[in-house]
Design a protein around this ligand. Structure first.
Ligand SMILES: Cc1cc2nc3c(=O)[nH]c(=O)nc-3n(C[C@H](O)[C@H](O)[C@H](O)COP(=O)(O)OP(=O)(O)OC[C@H]3O[C@@H](n4cnc5c(N)ncnc54)[C@H](O)[C@@H]3O)c2cc1C
Length: 221
């Protein structure tokens, strides 16, 4: 089913990422971590659907998304960054395999943080962050989405990994075997994984080598 929703507000989070707030259709339902297919409601764009993840609470009065724009070509995310409040987009129903299966190690790359934003914000509201660990990889410190938000959650262990320009709060490099062996406290627990396809594949292999697979690995297949 297609729903038309209206942009209410957009706030810049990083140099290429914005927080978007839209109206919510009556009765629209989703679980934290789920996504929907979204298209710009304009001639020539309505068939260009792209998946984006809800970052608002399911019970909130509005729908929000955190979206990284690729300004190097005329895709949907660039067009979204030019959308003005009052303009509309089209969304389908909610879908997705990533939802809250309990505390665990959440491994994200770039905009792959968005399902965990939904899940961990929900856990923060219910004071249930204890036992969870966010490992968040980005190219550089300025790409980290909502770093102060993550650091402000005392019950959440955080590891920020950046490819370059690491400061005192970061580890420089990639998510590799050495890094995981250093920061993961419990290999018997649950792992969540979301990021660019290449990163997901390499991290999933590292996890499998440590016995993490099947129901203990939650990702969008
Ligand atoms: C389940 C799911 C949930 C997601 N949730 C989110 C979310 O909440 N937030 C978010 O930011 N992203 C999310 N994504 C990723 C998001 O869907 C993509 O970033 C989006 O589809 C890109 O759309 P686009 O039209 O701008 O780019 P596309 O045209 O689809 O291109 C995608 C990629 O190809 C490159 N590319 C393609 N064509 C060119 C070209 N001509 N020149 C240069 N580069 C090119 C782009 O740089 C980009 O890396 C999610 C993905 C999935 C699968």
């Amino acid at each position: 089913m297609t729903h038309k929703i209206t942009l209410l507000d957009r706030v810049q989070l990083t140099h290429d990422t914005h927080h978007y707030v839209f109206t919510k259709p009556d009765g629209y339902a989703f679980k934290p971590g789920q996504a929907t297919d979204l298209a710009i409601d304009r001639d020539g764009w309505r068939d260009e659907q792209r998946p984006f993840t809800f970052t608002s609470a399911p019970e909130a009065a509005a729908l929000s998304f955190v979206i990284k724009s690729y300004s190097d070509h005329d895709g949907v995310t660039k067009a979204l960054s030019d959308l003005a409040p009052g303009q509309t987009v089209l969304i389908g129903d909610a879908w997705g395999a990533i939802d809250d299966k309990g505390p665990g190690v959440f491994i994200a790359g770039g905009a792959g943080i968005t399902p965990f934003l939904g899940i961990l914000k929900d856990r923060a509201r219910e004071a249930k962050l204890d036992g969870s660990h966010l490992i968040f990889a980005n190219e550089a410190p300025e790409d980290i989405i909502l770093q102060p938000f993550w650091e402000g959650r005392p019950d959440l262990k955080t590891t920020f990994v950046v490819g370059k320009n690491a400061g005192p709060a970061h580890r420089e490099g990639q998510i590799d075997a050495a890094l995981l062996d250093d920061v993961v406290d419990d290999w018997e627990g649950r792992f969540y994984l979301c990021g660019p396809p290449k990163m997901e594949e390499s991290v999933a292999e590292l996890l499998a080598a440590r016995g993490v697979s099947g129901g203990r690995l939650i990702r969008e297949e």
